[in-house]
Design a protein around this ligand. Structure first.
Ligand SMILES: [Zn+2]
Length: 273
C-alpha cells in the first residue's frame, strides 16, 4: 500500500482498524480498497434509510449549507465552467447553475436521474475516472463530502488537475481527523465509518496531498453546518426505538435546521498551479 498523499509505504496501526502513514500522518481504513464496489455501496438506499436518513426531505438544510459553500467558491471563481464530482440529487449544481455552466458526475443512477428530471441538469451517472472529459476545460471543480469515500483520491485529483484550466479552482469539504473533536472522540468520532469513509485527512496531510498533485492551497476553513433535527438524532437512542422514532420523524419540527459548528470539517479551496 502506498500513501495517497505523500507516496510513503510505511504505515502503523491506528485506532484498531485504521492505518496511519508514518511520514505524513494521513489515515486510511485498513481494508483492501481495490475490492470496494462503489456502484453497490452508493445505491438509492445510501441516500434514504442509509448513511442519510432521507436526503430529499432534508433538502432545505442541504441548500443552506450549499449556499454558504457556493458563496465561498464565488470569492475565488465567479463564472465559467463548473464540474461537480458526486453531485447526488443536484441541489448544489442547481444553485451553481445561476453562475456557471455546470456538469455533474454521480455514480448513483437514481440520484443522477432525479437531478436530470427535476432540475434539467447535465448529470452523468458514470465514474468520473472512466469519463473521457476534455482536458483544460473547467474553471472550477467541486467535491463536497466526497473525497473521504474514494478508494483512490489521488487518481481523482490527477484527473481533476487535467480537466481544470490553469489557475482553475478546486473546492472540497472533508472531515479533519487532526481536529480537537476527532482527537477527543477517537474511534467514536462520527465520521469514522469504513467502508463508506475510507480516507481520513489531517489538515497537514490535505496540504501535502494538494501540493504533491500540483495545487496551491488558497484557504482552509472550518465552517459550521445546518443539520435537521432528524439528522442530529440519527444513531441516538431515540432513533433506535421504532415507535418513538416514527412519532419524531413525522413531526413538523423533524426537518427544522439547527446550526452547529464542531470545527472538525475542513472546507478547502485550492488553485491549479
Ligand atoms: Zn503519507
Amino acid at each position: 500500500m502506498i500513501c495517497v498523499c505523500c507516496g510513503s509505504k510505511d504505515f502503523k496501526v491506528h485506532l484498531s482498524d485504521l492505518l496511519s502513514c508514518s511520514s505524513c500522518g494521513h489515515i486510511t481504513a485498513n481494508l483492501d480498497l481495490s475490492l470496494l464496489n462503489s456502484k453497490d455501496i452508493y445505491s438509492i438506499n445510501y441516500f434514504q434509510e442509509g448513511e442519510y436518513l432521507d436526503y430529499f426531505r432534508d433538502r432545505s438544510c442541504f441548500e443552506k449549507n450549499f449556499q454558504k459553500r457556493l458563496n465561498s467558491l464565488l470569492k475565488y471563481q465567479a463564472t465559467g465552467n463548473l464540474l461537480e464530482i458526486g453531485s447526488a440529487s443536484g441541489f448544489f449544481l442547481n444553485m451553481a447553475s445561476r453562475h456557471f455552466n455546470t456538469v455533474g458526475y454521480e455514480i448513483c443512477e437514481d440520484m443522477a436521474a432525479y437531478a436530470r428530471m427535476n432540475f434539467r441538469l447535465d448529470v452523468k451517472s458514470i465514474d468520473f475516472l472512466n469519463s473521457d472529459i476534455l482536458e483544460n476545460t473547467y474553471d472550477a471543480v467541486v467535491m463536497w463530502d466526497v473525497i473521504e469515500h474514494l478508494a483512490r483520491p489521488d487518481d481523482f485529483l490527477k484527473k481533476t488537475y487535467s480537466v481544470l484550466k490553469q489557475k482553475g479552482v478546486l473546492a472540497l469539504t472533508t472531515g479533519d481527523i487532526s481536529s480537537f473533536m476527532a482527537k477527543v472522540q477517537g474511534r467514536q468520532w462520527r465520521l469514522i465509518h469504513p467502508p463508506t469513509h475510507v480516507h481520513y485527512f489531517t489538515r497537514s496531510s490535505m496540504i501535502t496531498f494538494l501540493k504533491q498533485h500540483g495545487f496551491e492551497v488558497l484557504s482552509i476553513q472550518y465552517p459550521g453546518y445546518f443539520r435537521s433535527v432528524r439528522q442530529m438524532l440519527q444513531g441516538s437512542v431515540i432513533n433506535q426505538n421504532q415507535k418513538i422514532w416514527n412519532f419524531v420523524d413525522k413531526s413538523r419540527w423533524a426537518g427544522t435546521p439547527i446550526y452547529l459548528n464542531l470545527f472538525d470539517i475542513m472546507q478547502v479551496i485550492a488553485r491549479r498551479v
